[in-house]
Structure formats: structure tokens, C-alpha cells
Design a protein around this ligand. Structure first.
Ligand SMILES: C[S@@+](CC[C@H](N)C(=O)[O-])C[C@H]1O[C@@H](n2cnc3c(N)ncnc32)[C@H](O)[C@@H]1O
Length: 231
């Protein structure tokens, strides 16, 4: 099975698992680029009221709903998994300022009618998508001078750090209540992300490694703030 199919199947099962359990996540009060509620929040996206924003891999929809309600952004929330999309629409479909789209992010961005955004962002979804394809598709859908901000895994729970070549590797997606799914993720070094972004027409403004508050937790994430170059 190719990487896309493995990840598609895993995220469909993940969403179904939570639909079956009736999981109800608490409402978010900030944008969390890591996993710990610490570090920067929505301010790294810049000015948000009235801005046209794209969320890539929006999952349960909590962040697009938050950005629309608390910051006045106009958000397209694109999510490939039908079950994750269902979780989002069941809860947030009536939030003004958010449109939920069930589509693969690259396919969506390549649609002729896809809009051009002021800001594109993603919280922990980039790692599941081939970065060459995603950044290439994004380059025409973020306006010149517009922002691209995303967080990705840097070091996993076994302490394995990022790769220095552009290739996916197997990672474990744990399920609440027990069990796990295998996914294929592009866990890339910050330098490699920077090379890919520059190649695709973006300038990197800031790269921050986010750490867990407790020293015993090896998991770290990378937060990347980039801007589409003017031609
Ligand atoms: C770790 S979850 C993050 C969800 C959300 N951003 C959040 O932080 O709550 C990753 C999400 O990316 C979605 N995803 C993975 N590959 C995708 C693709 N090619 N296009 C759109 N969404 C995708 C998954 O289905 C999953 O819901």
C-alpha cells in the first residue's frame, strides 16, 4: 500500500474509533502548536480579522472554529478523513466563518477553483503528506507575502529525532483506551524543511523547537513560520 493509502486508512479508523467512543474534546482557548498548551499561540499567524485562512488537515475542526469565533478569521478547513470530517461537521458546522471541506489537501489545492489565501496553517498534519507535492500545490494558493505556518513532529516518544532525507518512516498513532495504528510520516529536520520551503518559493522567518514541560518526555515539535516570496 502506498503512503497516502496507509495514512488515509489509519485516519479513517482513528476518527471512527472516537465516533464509536463518543469522545468529546474540550473547547480550545488557544492555538497549541505543540501538545502541551505552552509556547506561542495564534499570534504567530499575524493579523486575523477578515483574513482568508486555510487549515490543512483540520481534524476535529476545533482550531478553525476557534480562529473564526475568537479572531474573526474566514477559514476553509480541509480534512481528508471522512470520519474526522464528520466529527468536525457534527460539532462546528454552524460556526459562522468556517467552511469544512472533505478532501485530500493536495487535490483541493490543485482544483482550478481553489482560492488564494492570506494565511495557510497546519497543526500536526504536514507530516502525513508528501512535502514535495504539498508545498508545490501550496505555492500557488498562498498570496505573495502571505504566511505559511505549521507544526510537525521533530522527536518521537522513543526519542528518535528527525530524518535528513525526504522520506517517510513508520510511526505509531496510539488509540485512546488501547490499541494503535501504524502511519507513515515525514519527520524532517528543520534544515530540510527550510530547503523544501525555499525550493517551493517560501522564505523561512522563524523555526522554533517546542519541548514538553517535563524533562522526562522526549517528544519535541518544530514550529515553522514562512512567507510566500514576492516574484
Ligand atoms: C494529528 S491530526 C491533527 C488535526 C488538527 N490539525 C488538530 O490539531 O486538531 C492530523 C489530521 O490530518 C489529516 N490528514 C492527513 N493527511 C491528509 C491529507 N492528505 N489531506 C488532508 N488532511 C489530511 C488526518 O486525517 C488528521 O485528521
Amino acid at each position: 500500500m502506498d503512503d497516502e493509502a496507509v495514512n488515509g486508512r489509519a485516519w479513517a479508523r482513528y476518527g471512527q474509533h472516537h465516533l464509536d467512543r463518543g469522545t468529546r474534546l474540550p473547547e480550545v482557548e488557544r492555538l497549541d502548536w505543540g501538545f502541551w498548551g505552552t509556547g506561542p499561540g495564534a499570534e504567530v499567524l499575524g493579523d486575523l480579522p477578515g483574513k482568508r485562512v486555510l487549515d490543512i488537515g483540520s481534524g476535529t475542526g476545533r482550531y478553525p472554529a476557534y480562529l473564526a469565533l475568537a479572531h474573526g478569521a474566514v477559514v476553509d478547513a480541509v480534512e481528508a478523513s471522512p470520519t474526522q470530517h464528520l466529527r468536525a461537521t457534527a460539532r462546528y458546522s454552524d460556526v459562522p466563518g468556517v467552511s469544512f471541506v472533505r478532501a485530500d489537501a493536495v487535490d483541493f489545492l490543485r482544483r482550478e477553483a481553489a482560492p488564494v489565501y492570506d494565511i495557510a496553517y497546519s497543526v500536526h498534519a504536514f507530516g502525513y503528506i508528501d512535502p514535495h507535492q504539498l508545498l508545490d500545490a501550496l505555492a500557488c494558493r498562498v498570496r505573495e507575502g502571505g504566511s505559511l505556518v505549521f507544526s510537525v513532529l521533530h522527536t518521537n516518544s522513543s526519542g528518535v529525532g528527525p530524518e535528513v532525507t525526504v522520506a517517510p518512516r513508520e510511526e505509531i498513532l496510539p488509540l485512546a483506551g488501547g490499541g494503535e495504528l501504524t502511519v507513515r510520516m515525514w519527520v524532517l529536520s528543520p534544515l530540510l524543511w527550510e530547503d523544501l520551503l525555499v525550493e517551493a518559493g517560501f522564505l523561512v522567518e522563524r523555526i522554533t523547537v517546542l519541548r514538553a514541560p517535563e524533562r522526562s518526555n522526549p517528544v519535541t515539535c518544530t514550529l515553522i513560520v514562512a512567507r510566500r516570496r514576492h516574484s
